[in-house]
Design a protein around this ligand. Structure first.
Ligand SMILES: [Fe+2]
Length: 251
């Protein structure tokens, strides 16, 4: 299995604190069958900035450490980029990373909202040859309130990635239910772990694939392999998430 979203690099963000923790995470990943991890440090999220060159060096370092520790997991370079005004400018100045140097980039919204400029920027990214993958839409308050906000962005060519822990119920019932709805409405295209450690925010990717219909599990795994290898993915037309009807207007 390939995990396209993980905070495994040592000491760069709120993921692994040091090399010991990075190695622990890699071991935990290996145990559940993950062979390849895209390291995606936070960038421009208000707390952390991690630019391309530094990430690539850290990836090389961690791969060497894993090899000498005998842990059979490969790390590839990526980045979790908070949407920001100068994103395209910085991309052209070689500061940003896609998933394993593909044409797909992980992009993050603030947890409570979708910025007003998001629709235009996600579109402009595509005009510049980058397909944005919106990370954990099921944890965004504006999308939870109105999943049509996500529908519009997906309809316009963006992809999305739900988090394994959401599918597994670790972020609560609402995130789990919304994850299922997004999956069944063709509004999401990947499951990834967004693992930060081996305790409170661990992997659970195999478990998540077991939680969902095997056809979706196979589709998501194929998609992760495809973009990792620089290929495009097969997409089903997005559907609107059915609004829950109020029962006699009471609930
Ligand atoms: Fe993340």
């Amino acid at each position: 299995m390939i995990d396209i979203h993980c905070h495994i690099l040592p000491g760069v963000d709120d993921g692994a604190r040091d090399l010991v923790q990075s190695l622990e995470m890699a071991e935990a990943a290996q145990k559940e069958g993950i062979t390849t991890i895209v390291a995606t440090p936070h960038h421009q999220n208000g707390s952390y900035n991690n630019e391309k060159g530094a990430i690539e060096q850290d990836v090389d370092f961690l791969n060497k450490q894993l090899a000498s520790a005998g842990i059979d997991v490969k790390i590839a370079a990526g980045q979790e980029v908070r949407l920001y005004g100068e994103l395209l400018e910085d991309y052209h100045q070689n500061k940003l990373l896609t998933v394993n140097h593909s044409t797909h980039m992980l992009v993050e919204f603030p947890s409570s909202s979708i910025p007003g400029f998001a629709e235009q920027l996600l579109f402009d990214m595509q005009l510049n040859g980058i397909t944005p993958i919106i990370v954990h839409p099921e944890r965004n308050a504006a999308i939870a309130e109105n999943p049509d906000r996500l529908y519009k962005l997906i309809k316009n060519g963006a992809l999305s990635q739900v988090t394994a822990a959401s599918v597994n119920g670790l972020f609560g019932k609402k995130a789990k239910t919304l994850s299922s709805q997004l999956i069944e409405s063709n509004l999401t295209h990947f499951i990834a772990t967004d693992a930060h450690n081996t305790t409170s925010r661990s992997f659970g990717l195999a478990q998540a694939y077991n939680e969902i219909h095997p056809d979706y599990a196979a589709y998501f795994q194929e998609n992760a392999e495809a973009i990792f290898s620089g290929r495009y993915i097969e997409k089903e037309p997005p559907q609107h998430v059915a609004r829950r009807r109020k029962f006699l207007g009471i609930f």
